[in-house]
Design a binder for this molecule. Sequence first.
Ligand code: SF4
Length: 328
Amino acid sequence: KDILLQVEDLYVQYDTSEGTSYAVNGISFQIRKGETFGLVGETGAGKTTTALAILKLLPKKVGNISRGKIEFEGKNLTAYSEDEMRDIRGSHISMIFQDPMTSLNPVLTVGDQIAEAIETHHLDLSADEVEDRVDSVLQLVGIPASRKYEYPHQFSGGMKQRVVIAMALVCDPMLLLADEPTTALDVTVQNQVLDMMGKLKEELNTSMIMITHDLGIVCQMCDSVAIMYAGEIIEIGSVFDIFDFDKPHHPYTKGLFGSLPSLQGNSKRLKPVDGLMPDPMDLPAGCKFHPRCTHCTAQCKTELPSVFTEGTHSIRCHLYDKTKAGEL
Ligand code: SF4
């Protein structure tokens, strides 16, 4: 009953002039109220496509949800019209992109942009109420309200991202999709923004999908984690499952993490794994990771592995069918 978002067997494809690109291939996960869910993987794994599919912001005419269901508060978003989705975006689900400038208008003051975001969804507020809201949301993200008269170029990178977060939070969304929100920032500013997001999450009880390459961020921010590869979730579990040395892990997760850092470990980037992510227009048969896997068998080349689950932890790999569980 406290499930906010349920994604079930979701498939997303892009139909281009060169062919069909299979970006997301049958993923399922759920997010509880107040939970932060990490989506981890290399570029091209399908993380951003998943977020865009939830908001139904896939590129028009090209991207489409070919199968599956996205339920938000028990309502099936996949059946929503564009008008209905416009109500959901911003007021119920907000997205923060990697580069703050994609969300900011350079010719409007920061205050006017935040006011615009409020007015889109709260037509019933008076001008004074909107003004108060702008001031309080700026303070919430650690920006003095007096700076609302300034333009985006007068803010540093970290401050710009705070403004974007303020805009995303202004209508109290229940779910925040954050796509690498700190990648464009330097490390000190990154930590400040993450600390602030963590505090906001506590204060507002907002659920979050955190798309990231950074295992330190996963440790610091996330309650549960899904590892994506070639449009599939190949491992999913609580942050304790994923960072537990003694538990079995998918060979790709092991490769990415190098030696798994402890939960107290310092920020750690994903390790490059030998080989390349397959072309989504030409995915390999069987396990999509098999061309890069050192444990690959004949079965892996032809049969899609089923999912092995133990408690909150699931792995999609032939090594972990029930008879062999625990061997690795
Ligand atoms: Fe490797 Fe086979 Fe497991 Fe795929 S199913 S990760 S190829 S062992």
